[in-house]
Design a protein. Structure first.
Length: 572
């Protein structure tokens, strides 16, 4: 595909990239509405539920940096297509699982495919859209899909569970993936770094070990407690591996992730913003989905539809955020967005035990506005702060922070909730004479208390079990949301202090005539130069000479300019 074709098809290419992103971000949340079905059909415990959700995230986040680096090295389009194929096959496997263990394994292999897909979508996007303003708006669409598809997951999941079993939430991925594979073959360009740097297998192993160990510790904390030897060991190993990874990357000549990127406040503050936005989103969805379905008693579809306004707000607002950045700068948009996220989370911390939907939807809409304002500008800040040849690793870093933030949100807020819920339920049910094994089931999860224990007891005792468990869950949700709100406010303060209002794009610092297009193949980069020369001489584009005869020889090429993408960046 030459550069003219790539330019003409860029919005169709964006549709393919957005569709590929849709399938993996949808999968992160579509499973939430199936939690009661998994408890009922697979007899999954709270710990197993967290592993079904976060086992995918651990593998996904652990492999993102490595997958991004491999995409830069061997080709981003190929990495995307292989990832889609793996994700499709393992989705089919997950839909047929007959035990929590099988489902956890299938989800882990889905994480392998997801890790290959997500960084490829953003790195391809940033190379297809060369104009800074157009690229920012394309990233706005990308961010809208990333956020809204997460909120759309419960709706689609609820629709599927109305007529089909829980396996349908995985099976739905297959036709989407087949469509994206076919469309991507014809619409996406080949893209990779021209200079084949050496691989960094030591860095890859250390990064995977660090992320897996840290996330294992975070996920096990709600079940075992912070002082449990296994949890302490996981955090110890994770932090040790992280320190070793940083030391190695600082030492090696060609690092997988250049630690000097973090000296750029634009890169670091934007990554923190993305991390904590997804911390809030996934944490509150984990808590609120169970609140709507189990405490308030909505069916899966009813719960999903009641969360739909969040998705609509993100889809409508996120594409507008880059335009707002053009007017008032990145700092105010991202910082203000985080403040709105905090307000939304604090609103959710006031939900009542009964009739709580008005409070829930109010908090979710405020949170969605804040997320929409934050995601696209923060993502553009991350990608714009890195040289083009590092688009894959930059995208992987952005995606890693998203997944880490989401996993931490589920684990940390879930841990806080469980720390309030379990002792309150154990004490309350012991006082009314509920013994084992019913007591253990009720203490294990609010779903177990309300859907398994209460219906099996005499009506008056069952009603007391419902009251105790629902009140304990809501109390835990209050504390979890308040802690989450404080964390988001800290992130907002960091953004206001360190994120630049406006910053030069890293492409503007490229010096050689082809360096600005380093992430394209050499043939594509030469084509860009020829295309720019034709525009400059009025052969194509809005200023083309209508009297120019295609049979005439073209004028001579101009002298080499300071950078290859100066025509695209002239409006900056």
């Amino acid at each position: 595909m030459d550069v003219a074709e790539m330019h003409d098809r860029r919005w169709w290419a964006l549709a393919v990239l957005a569709g590929s992103l849709l399938v993996i971000t949808l999968d992160n949340t579509i499973l939430n509405v199936a939690i009661p079905s998994l408890v009922r059909d697979l007899d999954a415990s709270t710990s197993e539920l967290q592993w079904i959700i976060d086992g995918y995230v651990i593998v996904f986040a652990g492999l993102l940096l490595t997958a991004g680096a491999l995409g830069d090295r061997f080709g981003r389009k190929g990495m995307l297509q292989i990832g889609l194929a793996i994700f499709g096959v393992t989705s089919l496997w997950a839909s047929m699982a007959d035990s929590p263990t099988q489902l956890i394994l299938a989800r882990a292999f889905m994480g392998v495919g997801g890790a290959m897909i997500m960084p490829s979508t953003l790195s391809l996007l940033t190379n297809i859209f060369r104009d800074a303003k157009e690229r920012g708006r394309a990233i706005g669409v990308w961010a809208a899909v990333a956020g809204a598809s997460g909120a759309l997951g419960p709706v689609l999941g609820g629709l599927l569970l109305r007529w089909f079993g829980w396996g349908s939430v995985f099976l739905v991925n297959v036709p989407i993936i087949i469509t994206m594979l076919i469309a991507g073959k014809f619409l996406l360009p080949t893209s990779k770094a021209p200079n084949k740097t050496r691989l960094d297998p030591v860095g890859a192993v250390l990064s995977i070990a660090a992320l897996v160990a840290l996330l294992f510790g975070v996920i096990e904390t709600p079940v075992k407690g912070w002082a449990d030897p296994l949890v302490v060991a996981a955090f110890g190993i994770g932090l040790t591996m992280l320190a070793a990874f940083i030391a190695w990357e600082l030492h090696v000549d060609e690092p997988m992730l250049d630690m000097r990127f973090f000296a750029n406040p634009r890169f670091t503050a934007a990554n923190m913003a993305i991390t904590l936005v997804f911390f809030a989103m996934f944490g509150q969805m984990f808590v609120m989905t169970q609140y709507l379905q189990i405490v308030l008693g909505y069916e899966a579809l009813e719960a999903g539809l009641r969360m739909l306004p969040m998705s609509v707000v993100m889809l409508c607002t996120a594409p507008l955020a880059p335009r707002l950045v053009e007017k008032i700068g990145t700092k105010l948009v991202v910082g203000g967005g985080l403040c709105l996220v905090a307000v939304g989370v604090f609103t959710l911390s006031t939900i009542p035990v009964t009739d709580g939907y008005p409070r829930v939807i109010t908090g979710m809409i405020i949170l969605a506005f804040g997320m929409a304002l934050t995601m696209a500008p923060a993502t553009e800040s991350i990608m714009g702060s890195l040289p083009p040849a590092k688009a894959g690793i930059g995208s992987a870093m952005n995606d890693t922070t998203r997944q880490m933030g989401g996993a931490l949100g589920v684990a940390v807020l879930g841990s806080i909730l469980a720390g309030v819920y379990r002792p309150a339920v154990e004490s309350g049910l012991t006082d009314i004479g509920v013994g084992e094994p019913a007591l253990g089931t009720a203490v294990d999860s609010v779903g177990g208390a309300l859907t398994q224990v209460a219906p099996q007891l005499p009506a008056d005792v069952g009603a007391q079990v419902v009251d105790v468990a629902a009140a304990a869950y809501v109390d835990g949700a209050h504390l979890a949301m308040r802690v989450g709100g404080v964390v988001i406010l800290v992130a907002a303060a960091v953004v206001f202090a360190f994120l630049p209002a406006r910053a030069r794009d890293a492409r503007e610092d490229e010096e050689g005539p082809l360096d600005g297009l380093a992430s394209l193949t050499w043939a594509e980069a030469e084509g860009v130069l020829e295309h720019d020369a034709a525009v400059d001489h009025g052969l194509i584009g809005a200023d083309a000479d209508p009297h120019f005869d295609d049979g005439d020889p073209p004028p001579p090429s101009p002298p080499s300019r300071g950078r290859a993408d100066s025509g695209a960046d002239s409006g900056r």
